[in-house]
Ligand binder design. Sequence first.
Ligand code: ADP
Ligand code: MG
Length: 286
Amino acid sequence: SVPLAFFSGIGAGSKKGILFKGGVAIEALQGVKAIVMDKTGTITEGNFVVQDIVPAAGVDREELLKLAGSCELTSTHPIGNSIVTAAGEKGIELKRPAAVKEISGKGIKAELPEGTVLCGNKKLLENYQIDLAECEDTTYGTEVLLALNGRYAGRIVIADTIKADAKQAVASLKRLGILTAMLTGDAQKSAESVGKETGIDEVHAKLLPQNKVEELQKIRSEHGSVMFVGDGINDAPVLAGADVGAAMGSGADAAIEAADVVFMTSSMEAIPQSLKIARTTGVIAK
Ligand code: ADP
Ligand code: MG
């Protein structure tokens, strides 16, 4: 049963599109000292759009997009969807790979008629000892690198947008005395630019799902009780490892089920609001 005093908090939350899974969730939220967030879909909109296609010497642009699109045909990752969409807009016919393996936090390895294709981040290509000398460093966006039969084939630059209220929400959290941190599997540069634009205290990039759990434990040991906010796409372990797990609106069903708090809208302002409601409810409860 839910102690009577918590009903006010649950009611106040529901008016703002915040679902607290009972009084226990509100109580846990009262003690939170740090908020750790996933980047994609939490701080950014998660609406990826292909910005640029940069083939390696001797590779055709359309051919590069076709290789990437074929790899991503069965992927549910927003990055993959943006590539498939871009190929579709150019009228490129995509082939279903004979074999496809999605490597969480890294990308895809697929067998296509053209050969073995790697499609993902730098970490993925480095794992397969691809020579990246020809791949220059860029300073913007998320990049998907490609290799065909062991050779670097080019890169596709993808842009996402930071949520309009992200900066304001981070500032509100700071005023509440909360440490803010971002964990992402994305590249360092792309993560740093989001960190800079939003004012988030700590930025941790290039993390695999298991590294996110380790990083969260480190933050907890330094600062105290931690709330993790994510969309649930490959962050189930870190969501479960936090003192308070929160799922963002458009998140995966499994995440919404496992979460202590659910933000029904995708607005970031709901995060400081949930803390304010929990803290006020705490006063009433005592
Ligand atoms: P985030 O931590 O931002 O939620 P993910 O853990 O989902 O990101 O993915 C981390 C990184 O792995 C992405 O930024 C991308 O570089 C790479 N990646 C993951 N899935 C794919 C995919 N289907 N195609 C290409 N790259 C991918
Ligand atoms: Mg994610």
